[in-house]
Design a protein around this ligand. Structure first.
Ligand code: ZN
Length: 480
């Protein structure tokens, strides 16, 4: 059996590189190592890859020609969007034989149908550009995440991204009705359908969403749009105990239903990191609290969302589920409250090394997970500081752990694998998943094999072998 590292070690010849470059034109074929850097480093520097060539095709036809040639010659191809992935899926291996296929030039909005609530866009459009185009047509594209200014819609779909509006609108998977995909041999599947109902056999679209560039390259997508909310009401609450989080969520859900579009949480210690390290932020309350929740309610009629949120907050206070709360009085204040939550990951850098987990459990078990994981962390690294945060309403916890103060960063990071295994054991014992919204990539490929049943792994392998028999698509990622 050929291992992925053997495969990726195959170097394309100078002649072959020239043939690849000719497909996109010299200007869009990057060979200079210094110009390649932005495509080879991911933002946390966990992975730094090598490549003979970064190709930036202008259209689907060029993608098709590139894959056809790569397939014939057996050259690995790593598709890449905005290079914001968190599990190393978009970075080529260090061996240096794989070509990077950057979709960032393909950013056209092909069609937009406000009445049909759909738009078709090319893969390289950033999420922010997609949101903006929808907004200009009086519609909402609800996928929303911290990296939306550079993350592309193709990457969002290839990784089935989540973010802060999943509670009400679902993950990227539920926001797409059709795809255009270039297959390993260069053939193009046009599945760009804007249908709500379409029962015509196997759902090929769902096969490619979340496949992390290992089954095909998504070149365009038909997305679902929604009416733009008339009003957004945002509140930041101080929550007196871990145990209060679930009843507070249930209260908000019961009163607001689908209008509850975000229910995010973070630990008190983490909010301290944010106000300490992120310029321009300040604590919303005079005295600290062990937990915080950011709630958002979307309203269809002016004034309804804020009155609903006010009622939830007063009921929560009466029930002892919130000890303090601030309701944003303006759009700008709402954004400032969101900033406290969205800066959580960035703020951790100021506290040294951090070991990160993106896990999910049923929402009813989030509290049990946090309680059970803490002593496990303490046993492996006494003094390490778990700072859980994330999308409480989705049962999605970013279970990040900051190093003990004073410990050498490298010593702490050396514990990553041991820590991840132990934390994942807790997750699995509660019926959870080891990757909620970041994917598998390279970071969790070994873990995936360990936690999935042999039947499930075998099914995935058969699908991979059927769609990419030569193994040229993102070799060694997801399925090792
Ligand atoms: Zn998240």
């Amino acid at each position: 059996m050929t291992s992925s590292s053997d495969r990726s070690a195959q170097m394309p010849s100078a002649d072959l590189i020239a043939r690849f470059a000719a497909i996109v034109g010299a200007k869009h074929a990057i060979r200079d190592p210094s110009e390649q850097v932005p495509y080879l480093r991911e933002w946390r520097d966990l992975y730094v890859g090598r490549t003979p060539l970064v190709l930036k095709p202008a259209n689907t036809e060029e993608v098709s020609k590139i894959l056809a040639l790569a397939n014939t010659e057996g050259i690995g191809v790593v598709a890449q969007g905005g290079n914001t992935g968190l599990v190393g899926g978009q970075i080529p291996h260090e061996s240096g034989g794989e070509i990077v296929l950057s979709l960032t030039r393909m950013k056209r909005i092909r069609t937009l149908d406000p009445a049909g609530n759909s738009m078709t866009v090319e893969a390289g459009a950033t999420l922010a550009e997609v949101q903006q185009a929808a907004r200009e047509a009086g519609r909402l594209f609800p996928l929303s995440l911290a990296s939306e200014g550079s993350a592309t819609i193709g990457g969002n779909l290839a990784t089935n991204a989540g973010g802060v509006a999943v509670l009400s609108y679902g993950t990227a998977r539920s926001l797409v009705s059709g795809l255009e995909v270039v297959l390993a041999d260069g053939s193009v599947w046009d599945g760009l359908r804007a249908l709500k109902k379409d029962n015509t056999g196997y759902d090929l679209r769902d096969l490619f969403v979340g496949s992390e560039g290992t089954l095909g390259v998504i070149t365009a997508a038909t997305l679902k749009l929604f009416p733009e909310p008339r009003e957004l009401a945002t509140a930041f609450c101080a929550v007196p105990s871990l145990e209060a989080l679930l009843p507070l969520f249930q209260l908000a859900e019961r009163e607001a239903g689908h209008a509850l579009t975000a229910f995010e949480f973070m630990s008190g210690e983490l909010l301290g990191f944010v106000t300490r390290h992120i310029p321009g932020t300040r604590a919303p309350f005079a005295s600290p609290s062990p937990w915080y929740v950011l709630m958002e309610i979307s309203g269809s009629a002016e004034g309804r969302a804020s009155s609903l949120l006010e009622r939830i907050l007063s009921d929560a206070a009466a029930a002892g589920l919130a000890s303090d709360a601030v309701l944003a009085a303006s759009l700008q204040q709402g954004q400032e409250l969101w900033r406290l939550r969205e800066a959580a990951s960035e703020a951790q850098k100021g506290e040294g090394g951090s070991i990160k987990h993106d896990v999910s459990v049923p929402v009813s078990r989030v509290v049990a997970f946090i309680k059970q994981a803490a002593p496990v962390v303490e046993r492996i690294c006494p003094g390490a500081r778990p700072v859980p945060f994330g999308h409480f309403g989705d049962g999605n916890v970013h279970y990040n752990i900051s190093q003990p103060p004073g410990m050498a960063k490298a010593d702490f990071l050396a514990l990553w694998e041991t820590m991840a295994r132990a934390v994942h054991e807790v997750v699995l014992s509660l019926g959870g998943s080891i990757s909620a919204e970041h994917g598998i990539g390279r970071l969790k490929a070994d873990e995936l094999r360990r936690v999935k049943s042999p039947v499930e792994i075998e099914l995935m392998r058969r699908i991979k072998a059927a769609l990419d028999p030569k193994g040229i698509l993102n070799p060694g990622k997801l399925l090792d």
